[in-house]
Design a protein around this ligand. Sequence first.
Ligand code: ATP
Ligand code: MG
Ligand code: MG
Length: 350
Amino acid sequence: GATVGILGGGQLGRMLAMASARLGYRTHIFEPGAAPAADVAHEWTQAAYDDDGALARFAAACDVITYEFENIPAPALDILSAETPLFPSRRALEVSQDRLTEKTFLSGLNLKVAPFAAVETAADLPAALAQTGVPAILKTRRFGYDGKGQARIKAEDEAAAALATLKGAPTIAEGFVDFSMEISVIAARGQDGAVAAYDPGQNLHRDGILATTTVPAPIPASLRTDAVLLASRILTDLNYVGVMGVELFVTAAGLVVNEIAPRVHNSGHWTQAGCAVDQFEQHMRAVTGWPLGDGARHANVTMENLIGGEVARAPNLAAEPGVQVHLYGKAETRPGRKMGHVNRITGPSG
Ligand code: ATP
Ligand code: MG
Ligand code: MG
């Protein structure tokens, strides 16, 4: 049988590996960190992204390579993709690795994004904030997740101090979007160009970290359609293969794109309980050339993340009817660390 390579051994890699196994594939995980969550009945390689020999051996052992980890360095991509097909494409990864490239790409598709400007040094702040207005958010262009690498500015005279907290990293300033709700669309595109999207979910964050996703999002049908069409344009323009998460703000002026993630997404975990083909199987189908699942939803679901010590609630949650428990098997519980999630079926799809 064929072997799928997954770059990244966190919980997303773990759930992709389980879906891959179900489709009959062998899975190799590439993960530099210690004790990867994906180290469960799958082979994994503990080597760094600057170990050219290890990258080449990994690629040679795989028939197709995908990723859950977004910060793969460009030279590693060169080595991997010279040997073995990589999905989603390098362009999709590079566009979304850098918030400046990402926003420039999205606005080039005529999609609405927050007003933005690049900030290299404090000298750039007056012009950048003239562009974005205040309040604004400074974000590091790369490596940010769970709200890390961000500083909010309520007034222009706070800007230099806020920038200093980001320690000289290349930064983008974004105008603060006045949104009524955050939603996301999980969409997939197959090797034949077919696109399938799941229903948008409503996302609630706590301390910058996704806390819950609920489907259906309480939005009018017209916005649901807008969200899906917009995601489809992004995927098609990128000639994308795989699952993508598209985070959106709902505003009085319509949908504003916050960011895209070229991978399975935390706000798509509800599909495990709500759809015949969940996002992990969907992604594996796309990258291995299977037909896509249709994305239809058979249940209303709320996904709740178990962050840090909340993982201790899992046994009680498991005792509730209609609750599906997913624990990531991480060796160490730390505050702010995603340890698992539950999907609670709240009724038939409606
Ligand atoms: P993730 O863990 O989703 O990858 P991240 O660290 O990449 O998050 P963002 O999604 O850019 O960060 O921002 C985190 C949250 O901060 C958003 O979900 C939203 O609640 C808020 N936020 C970000 N940008 C803006 C903005 N321009 N206007 C208003 N709120 C914003
Ligand atoms: Mg992000
Ligand atoms: Mg986000």
